[in-house]
Design a protein around this ligand. Sequence first.
Ligand code: FAD
Length: 306
Amino acid sequence: PFDVLIVGGGPAGAAAAIYAARKGVRTGVLAERFGGQVMDTMAIENFISVQETEGPKLVAALEAHVKQYDVEVMDGFRAEALVPGEMNEIQVAGGAHLKAKSVIIATGARWREMNVPGEREYRGKGVAYCPHCDGPLFKGKRVAVIGGGNSGVEAAIDLAGIVAHVTLLEFGEQLRADAVLQAKLKSLPNVTIHTMAQTTEVTGADGKVNGLTYTDRNNGESHHVELEGVFVQIGLLPNTDWLKGTVELSRFGEIEINPRCETSVAGVFAAGDATTVPYKQIIIAMGEGSKAALSAFDHLIRASAP
Ligand code: FAD
């Protein structure tokens, strides 16, 4: 059995693996796809101390760092269930069972997509999901933000300080963000808000976004807005369905953790985008993964005390 079994091979899982292995305990990483969301990222400019890098390059460095240690990496395998106990069991798709004294869950999240024509095609070519990551790339340009919840309105306020103009589109009759955020948004001179607006297409030419089309749900009329960027802010979906009923989750499906990355189940820790930790970023996921591994080690030495 493993002393520490990490489920997830993104930045959180990789950091947890290195921290655990450096304690000399038997460490394994089970990942559906090593690298996680970072594999889908092109320019990364906010990974502190690295001015600029690309996702696959950062993943290669993560993998090399993990493999410097005695870590058993099981890439291409999906966990289907966690059975907690004195010895925790992870059930793997295909029928395998792995046993571990402690488990760190770092299964990450994925952004909810609009599922309209052009969205996938122009992903990374104008279609973006993370204002903290990609906002500065649109300096002086025109962008849309899709979604009028807290994340959409926060993104619009953030972007309005960087870009030339922000158009915010909300599907419902009104914005759903907190009142203070709405008031702030409405005070900004370079923001236009459309409610009852259903985005139907992201348009582009020469491999880049040049606008979007939306339907005004009041009268069914279609409108086209010319712009260079579209930030989709309609939700982040944690990869935690397989944990329902085992580990306490928030109403958004995030694993509830305390500042030590402990979950509601003793011996089970969690880190990164799959958890309630605020702000989903690479550097934060790595810090959390490191914390989770130190907590798991602390659990191991206490559990094996004479
Ligand atoms: P993830 O990276 O999501 O990794 C999750 C891991 O768990 C993967 O290995 C996955 O295969 C695995 N997994 C999931 N479910 C299972 C299962 N059931 N069984 C086994 N394995 C499973 N952040 C920045 O800081 N800067 C940026 O510039 C930036 N740009 C981004 C651009 C894009 C397009 C995207 C999508 C994200 C971007 N982010 C950026 C966010 C950043 O990628 C995430 O915050 C970070 O990757 C989270 O790390 P994580 O390890 O928690 O999860």
